[in-house]
Design a protein around this ligand. Structure first.
Ligand SMILES: Nc1nc2c(c(=O)[nH]1)N[C@H]1C(S)=C(S)[C@@H](COP(=O)(O)OP(=O)(O)OC[C@H]3O[C@@H](n4cnc5c(=O)[nH]c(N)nc54)[C@H](O)[C@@H]3O)O[C@H]1N2
Ligand SMILES: Nc1nc2c(c(=O)[nH]1)N[C@H]1C(S)=C(S)[C@@H](COP(=O)(O)OP(=O)(O)OC[C@H]3O[C@@H](n4cnc5c(=O)[nH]c(N)nc54)[C@H](O)[C@@H]3O)O[C@H]1N2
Ligand code: SF4
Ligand SMILES: [Mo]
Length: 716
């Protein structure tokens, strides 16, 4: 029985919205209490898979530290405030600051969970429409921005990002991703371990390039260590081999390419021999990968966070597209394909193309992309005096003190704001600086549809689920909070408020007009009602070639050599000729994700905090020995602008010279109300990253390959 509100002993079906895998869950509810969560075997994409984090939404639901009503700060303490009073206060303050100091005085940051919440996806655009500030930031610039930039320049729209055709490929080359733990990103594919097993069972090969022998590398046929930040040279060398050995064959796409003939010359100097000393991967291995990739019946190259958030992230994503393209694997079954989701954000005009450089940041003049500025700039925009200084901030579902580079400086800047409001469940490292915290309903109390993940799924499916539990009488959804602020701002500004429509209504319109919609006369006849009647979701079939029809470039062709890439390639060449000089004792720090964790916000749930190995620094035994350090020692990890203290763990799965630390920890600031997380606070990775270090082309933060030194901590 699927039902709305947890009647006695009912089994409900809904998708998990914690990460991009959107696993179908079967949830037993008795008398309004969740008793059990299992994988939903009838979900057409996840087929029963779930990971331990499927219980995270339940833990959030029951967490005594979760805020149940709005709080207003009074000195160092908080007191409850009613919703109307809270929303009046927010709108009043924002309106006043905007009138006095201009539209750009108000900044907005949108965190990662926004992408997994139907209402948080549909409604902030109306608020941004009222605010009209250039100071819009999000987790995108500490995440997938490089992919959007490459897609924009090559295919004409930031959302035209092909995904590996995982279930049919015969050769998967993974750079800088660990999907066995992360469950895949820009590749919605629940059940990664099974899918990778199946790849190998059908005779396919899995090759992983990562400075750590990761959980994914362990199930691969081949794993190569790579020196962090040098993937751009590996990719150039792979292309060099393919052209030099006449292995290039773009096939059907050949007629749709602009600039293809320039490629052989562009990559000619990046021979495997030339780049091997930089990447650490032997020339013979590079040649083998290039030949196998080109020879495979179908192959896909995929690179994620480890290559997106490094100094040449956008170049890497461009070169990955090219590698797939020149070997005939782009837009081919078993290669990489564009998903065809039920709501097509591109074709239906629901998301802008990307339009780089529409605005520039005030202090360092960085260009915007997709209407956003890099999140790393928030601190300087708050601190730097002058006209247009950011004086107020609205934080929606984000924790940038822990998640953005140079988090410490943001931590120091936020209290200098005139006003800050957070829409969040917790008093955490970021929200503690707010004057008001507005907690929304929980994932179980709202309906669910994941626009973003369906857009990057390895199979076309669709699923909508109504709320699992009734919401408490006085609770507001994310979208209602946002709409409440938006409407009040409009009234204060003497404008007519936008008409209030529930997210599900907007979704219905998008579905019926979408590619499988009732209005389109498609056999699936999708509408909200149709999805309500199919609680497990609906299978819309495997991905199919479609790139040519969907190209959004001016000449409707694929741009092989976009000008910005060419310019940035010369930067890569300069760095190759003059590699950064580090001291002998320098190690390069990279990130790591743990199965029972999701960025910064699942550390307050006892189920996920077992074990003492969570926020530890993995170091190769040889690197420990060279520093007279031993497994378990506490060390200070030093960078030029600071450092953190952390325990080391000897791990021969690390590439010598590289150390690994997870991000999202550091739950130790004064005033944080995370009782469980504070007991094992860990340290914040982003106290080591530098807000000024970015991928020049995309503006994305450099979160990997950070040069650090280790110093034994003296005393107790
Ligand atoms: N060094 C380093 N830094 C990184 C990364 C890395 O690998 N290394 N990864 C980066 C990546 S990929 C990402 S996506 C970012 C994430 O960065 P952020 O999005 O800034 O941070 P999160 O840790 O996801 O915090 C989410 C916040 O939203 C709240 N929240 C959860 N669900 C909801 C909801 O439904 N509504 C509302 N209103 N609030 C909610 C949580 O309580 C939490 O405070 O971090 C980035 N930072
Ligand atoms: N359990 C868990 N799952 C998650 C999350 C989580 O926090 N925990 N976060 C979710 C989010 S928001 C995202 S965006 C995805 C991210 O999904 P993934 O990209 O799969 O996540 P990571 O585990 O960060 O993988 C990055 C890998 O890059 C490697 N690496 C670092 N530097 C380099 C480099 O220079 N070159 C190469 N080749 N490799 C490098 C790291 O060692 C690491 O193994 O995961 C999602 N899923
Ligand atoms: S893999 Fe992601 S979507 Fe699936 S159960 Fe785990 S957290 Fe939820
Ligand atoms: Mo992310």
């Amino acid at each position: 029985m699927d039902g709305q509100d947890g009647k006695a002993g009912a089994r409900h079906y809904r998708a998990c919205g914690i990460c991009e895998a959107i696993c179908g869950l079967a949830i037993d509810v008795r008398d309004g209490v969740v008793e059990r969560i299992e994988g939903d075997p009838d979900d057409p994409m996840s087929r029963g898979y779930l990971c331990p984090k499927a219980y995270a939404a339940l833990d959030l639901q029951n967490d005594p530290d979760r805020l149940r009503r709005p709080l207003r700060r009074v000195g160092d303490d908080w007191e409850p405030i009613g919703w109307d009073a809270a929303l009046d206060l927010v709108a009043g303050r924002l309106h006043e600051i905007r009138a006095r100091a201009g539209a750009d005085a108000i900044g907005v940051y949108l965190g990662n969970p926004v992408a997994h919440s139907l209402g948080a996806m549909t409604h902030p655009r109306y608020l941004l429409g009222q605010l009209r500030t250039r100071n819009v930031f999000s987790a995108t610039s500490v995440d997938q921005l490089a992919h959007h930039v490459a897609a924009y320049w090559m295919y004409g729209h930031q959302m035209l990002i092909p995904v590996p055709d995982l279930d049919r490929t015969r050769y998967l080359l993974i750079l800088g991703a660990n999907p066995v733990v992360s469950n895949g990103s820009l590749m919605t594919a629940p059940g990664m371990p099974r899918r990778l097993r199946e790849l190998r069972r059908r005779g396919g090969r899995l090759v992983v390039v990562d400075p750590r022998r990761t959980e994914t590398a362990r199930v691969a046929d081949v794993h190569h260590f790579i020196r962090p930040g040098t993937d751009v040279y590996l990719l150039l060398a792979l292309l060099q081999v393919i052209f030099a050995e006449s292995l290039a064959a773009p096939g059907r796409l050949h007629a749709h390419l602009t600039g293809y003939e320039r490629l052989p010359e562009l990559v000619a100097q990046f021979t495997p021999e030339r780049v091997a000393p930089v990447t650490g991967i032997e020339a013979a291995h590079v040649r083998a990968i290039a030949r196998d990739f080109a020879a495979a019946a179908a192959a896909a190259c995929y690179g994620r966070l480890g290559v997106s958030t490094q100094a040449f992230g956008a170049l890497c994503q461009w070169l990955i597209q090219l590698l797939n393209l020149v070997t005939g694997n782009l837009d081919r079954v078993g290669g990489t394909l564009l998903p065809a989701p039920a709501v097509d954000l591109v074709a239906q005009g629901l998301l802008g193309r990307g339009n780089p450089g529409r605005a520039h940041s005030r202090v360092s003049g960085r260009p915007s992309f997709g209407g956003e500025l890099p999140a790393a700039l928030m601190a300087e925009e708050i601190r730097t005096a002058g006209e247009g200084r950011m004086r107020a901030m609205l934080m929606i579902a984000g924790n940038p003190v822990l998640s953005t580079p140079g988090g410490k400086s943001l931590d120091r800047a936020l209290p200098t704001l005139e006003f800050m409001v957070a829409i969040d469940y917790y008093v955490n490292e970021t929200t503690r600086h707010a004057q008001l915290i507005l907690p929304p309903t929980t994932p179980f109390e709202r309906d669910h549809y994941d626009f973003a993940s369906f857009s990057f799924a390895v199979r076309n499916t669709v699923r909508y689920n109504p709320p699992l539990l009734a919401r408490p009488a006085a609770a507001l959804h994310d979208w209602e909070i946002v709409a409440g602020i938006t409407e009040r701002l409009a009234v204060l500004g003497g404008r007519r408020p936008p008409r209030r429509r529930a997210p599900a209504r907007l979704l219905d319109v998008a579905l019926v007009h979408g590619p499988y919609g009732r209005r389109r006369g498609h056999a699936a006849a999708l509408s909200l009602a149709r999805l309500r009647a199919a609680p497990h979701g609906i299978d819309l079939g495997p991905l199919a070639p479609s790139l040519v029809q969907r190209l959004a470039t001016a000449d409707r062709r694929i741009q092989c050599v976009p000008e910005p890439m060419l310019i940035d390639l010369s930067r890569a060449l300069r760095v190759l000729a003059n590699p950064p000089a580090h001291g002998d004792d320098t190690l390069l720090l990279v990130g790591r994700r743990l199965l029972g964790s999701n960025n910064s916000w699942l550390h307050n749930y006892p189920r996920f905090t077992r074990g003492d190995d969570r926020c530890v620094l993995l170091v190769h035994p040889r690197d420990l020995g060279a520093r007279n350090l031993a497994d378990g020692d506490s060390v200070r990890v030093e960078v030029a602008h600071g450092g953190v203290e952390v325990r080391v763990r000897a791990d021969s799965a690390m590439m010598p010279g590289v150390v690994s630390l997870p991000h999202g920890w550091g739950h130790s600031g004064p005033g944080i109300r995370l009782a469980v997380a504070s007991r094992q606070p860990g340290v914040s990775f982003n106290d080591l990253t530098d807000a000024a270090c970015r991928d020049e082309l995309s503006g994305a933060a450099v979160l990997n390959g950070v040069p650090v030194r280790l110093v034994l901590r003296r005393g107790p």
